[in-house]
Write a protein that binds this ligand. Structure first.
Ligand code: GSH
Length: 270
């Protein structure tokens, strides 16, 4: 019998989109071995601060999360990369043998970029808003001690990760990392162009010329979409192959199915 899991996600969370696109391309490549029930979390309106979410799903109060029964998963997976590696056990097309080491290295580099820094660069108020949302719940004297401790922990997570991500130095560092990363992708795409891809059409559709998207494609395509959506399209200038690659991917059935015509940022962002 197929195993069953729950994916907690949000439509405008880049890491959730990375996981959902991973699942979509993996399912395209082979029939499903796992059933994933999707559970939206309204992080724009404090859904991640609920007692259930903080105490029973993810103490960090972030999405995405993959949860299964104790026999399937000892603990819920609370990082998009961990979730992707876990899924790859069932979907080998995500990490083709020939490129496995390169994909792992590039995925680690991609996730070393702080997406919050690049997204909320011109919205420094965002970190304080996140703290205030927690304070509002904490102000209720009727909440349980257990829930209060969970909220205090969430506050620590926000303080440690969000405000520091928006300093000028931090943003610059992340911009440089992103630019260097995109240059690497441009070079890889240029190299793929010289050979025929697995479909024999010449020029790569996916980064390594594979027929199916790999985990790297599945995480990179949302990242490029996010850069464009937050007005950072100029980071792609001189990287025509990267842009053309992303534009091809955004036309696929899998991408359209995940995004349903949405942008990667919430309506009030822009
Ligand atoms: N490193 C984590 C990042 C998770 C994360 O920061 N998620 C954001 C959305 S992309 C979130 O849940 N934000 C709501 C909050 O922090 O309260 C991953 O790769 O999954």
């Amino acid at each position: 019998m197929a195993e069953r899991f729950t994916l907690f996600y949000n439509d405008y969370s880049i890491c959730s989109i990375m996981v959902r696109f991973t699942i979509a391309v993996a399912n395209q490549a082979q029939s499903a071995h796992v059933i994933i029930d999707e559970q939206p979390v309204d992080i724009q309106h404090g859904g991640q601060l609920s007692e259930f979410y903080l105490c029973e799903v993810n103490p960090k109060g972030t999405v995405p999360v993959l949860k299964g029964s104790k026999s399937q998963l000892e603990a819920a997976l609370t990082e998009s990369l961990e979730i992707t590696y876990f899924l790859a056990e069932q979907y080998p097309s995500l990490f083709p043998n020939r490129q496995i080491d390169q994909i792992k290295t590039l995925l680690a580099e991609l996730h070393d970029i702080n997406y919050f820094s690049l997204t909320y660069t011109h919205k420094p108020q965002r970190a304080a808003d996140m703290e205030n949302a927690v304070h509002q719940v904490l102000a209720d004297p009727k909440i349980s001690n257990h829930y209060r401790s969970a909220l205090e922990y969430k506050l620590k997570v926000i303080r440690a990760t969000r405000a520091p991500a928006l300093t000028k130095e931090m943003v610059e560092t992340q911009e440089n990392k992103a630019l260097a990363f995109l240059s690497q992708i441009e070079e890889l795409l240029a190299a793929s162009e010289t050979g025929k891809d697995e479909r024999g059409t010449g020029g790569a559709f996916w980064i390594f010329g594979t027929t199916e998207a790999t985990a790297l494609d599945a995480h990179l395509v949302p990242f490029i979409a996010r850069l464009v959506d937050v007005g950072r399209g100029s980071m792609l200038s001189g990287k025509n192959r990267v842009l053309a690659y992303a534009e091809r991917a955004w036309e696929t059935h899998d991408w359209k199915q995940v995004m349903q015509g949405r942008k990667t940022v919430y309506g009030t962002y822009l």
